[in-house]
Write a protein that binds this ligand. Structure first.
Ligand SMILES: Cc1cc2nc3c(=O)[nH]c(=O)nc-3n(C[C@H](O)[C@H](O)[C@H](O)COP(=O)(O)OP(=O)(O)OC[C@H]3O[C@@H](n4cnc5c(N)ncnc54)[C@H](O)[C@@H]3O)c2cc1C
Length: 383
């Protein structure tokens, strides 16, 4: 059993940490205040090869392992978990799907996304259904050599910033999951309108709704075969969920490190705070839980790299990663006393941003349904 990264992964972690400290950390709270998605940073992430890293070299990726991409998720999460969500979860899901797309879809959307020239969005959720995604009402009707898309997608990360959208719609309403197909659509296509939300956190992810009113897309914008969209998406979630967890753990671990420094230096009752067990024990407990969750993340990614089943592990960390990170960041905020409550320190923003991941890409309940399904078998699913 091997518990260390290889030299290449360690070097990448150092490079991404240096880049993150120089380019991402300072603007973290400004992007929250301005509710703006940083396109210039997106471009730099592309230039560094950090978008769609796992995609094969022919389409512009690095053919990186999932473990290597996990290292990047963790490092970006330390500086700005929102960018971790955009670069590792959204770009990963879209990259995974577009590898199954046509040559046109890859040239027009995948390679430009990997270079940082185009911003993607991934649209499944609808106003009446999120967890029960198969209940989607969006429709795609074939008409000669094109499809006509109608419907509304809601809660979509990067809805405001996106240049193109990977949209899921029913091509056959009677087949359940096997009737769902995926399409790649320019975000400025005639018939698309967008509306933006005032979110409590993850504000730079500029979420919103996307409305499709008779949107005409050529048939080569179908991604995968008709009816294959849902199956492909679920395979993508088994990776993106782990990157989301690692992004959150990055934000939690840097919070714990900052808290260790602070409680060493600040005194009360004539001693450093760190000498009081009421202070050091929560830090010890969070460190232990975060480290255990982190190891499970890398196990899930390692299993994926080996081509072994990993849905259970991915669902476990999708629940544990954001949940335990929220708990840790909350205590780190409290251990900074009243300073922690100010917006001068990053804890309140990290708390809001990481909490968003408890919902995004599947809630803790749906993660536990997947874990239970893997343990008990499909015949014990609640639906
Ligand atoms: C920050 C953020 C980013 C997002 N980005 C995207 C995106 O890019 N693309 C996209 O398509 N969607 C996105 N979403 C939407 C997200 O995927 C959904 O919000 C999520 O899947 C839950 O769906 P819902 O909001 O419709 O809640 P519902 O499915 O209505 O669920 C409401 C509550 O009931 C619980 N629940 C539902 N069913 C069960 C059950 N069977 N057993 C137990 N509990 C249950 C849920 O866990 C939840 O707590 C994003 C959401 C957030 C918050």
């Amino acid at each position: 059993m091997e518990f260390d990264f290889n030299e290449e992964q360690r070097a990448l972690a150092r490079t991404v940490r240096t880049f993150s400290l120089r380019e991402l950390r300072d603007g973290y709270s400004r992007r929250d205040r301005e509710r703006s998605f940083p396109r210039a940073i997106w471009k730099k992430l592309g230039e560094l090869g950090l978008l769609g890293m796992r995609v094969c070299e022919e389409y512009g990726g690095l053919n990186a392992t999932c473990v290597t991409q996990g290292v990047v998720a963790e490092e970006i999460g330390r500086a700005d978990p929102n960018l971790g969500v955009a670069a590792l979860a959204v770009a990963e899901l879209v990259g995974h799907m577009l590898e199954h797309g046509t040559a046109r879809a890859r040239e027009e959307f995948l390679t430009p996304m990997i270079k940082g020239d185009k911003v993607p969005a991934f649209a499944v959720t609808e106003p009446h259904c999120g967890t029960d995604a198969v209940a989607m009402k969006a429709k795609a009707v074939k008409n000669g050599d094109h499809y006509i898309l109608n419907g509304e997608k809601s809660g979509i990360t990067l809805a405001k910033a996106a240049d193109f959208v990977l949209v899921y719609a029913k091509t056959n309403a009677t087949l359940g999951a096997r009737g769902v197909s995926a399409f790649v659509v320019p975000a400025d296509a005639p018939g698309i309108t967008r509306q933006y939300y005032e979110d409590m956190g993850a504000k730079s992810l500029v979420r919103g709704s996307i409305f499709m009113d008779d949107v005409v897309v050529p048939e080569d914008c179908l991604v995968g075969a008709e009816g294959e969209g849902f199956k492909l998406m679920m395979k993508g979630f088994d990776a993106s969920r782990v990157y989301l967890a690692l992004t959150c753990l990055g934000a939690a671990n840097i919070s714990v490190e900052e808290t260790i420094r602070y409680t060493r230096e600040r005194s009360a009752f004539g001693k450093p705070l760190a000498r009081f067990e009421g202070v050091s024990f929560p830090v010890a407990e969070h460190s232990a839980i975060l480290e255990a969750t982190r190891l499970l993340c890398y196990k899930a990614l390692w299993l994926r790299d080996q081509g072994l089943p990993h849905s259970k592990e991915a669902a476990m960390v999708k629940w544990m990663g954001p949940r335990f990170s929220v708990d840790a960041i909350r205590d780190c905020l409290l251990l900074h006393g009243h300073y922690g409550w100010t917006q001068e320190l990053p804890f309140e923003q990290r708390l809001r941003d990481v909490m968003a991941v408890e919902i995004a890409d599947g809630t803790s309940q749906v993660s536990k349904i997947v874990i239970a399904r893997e343990l008990y078998g499909r015949e014990f699913l609640p639906y």
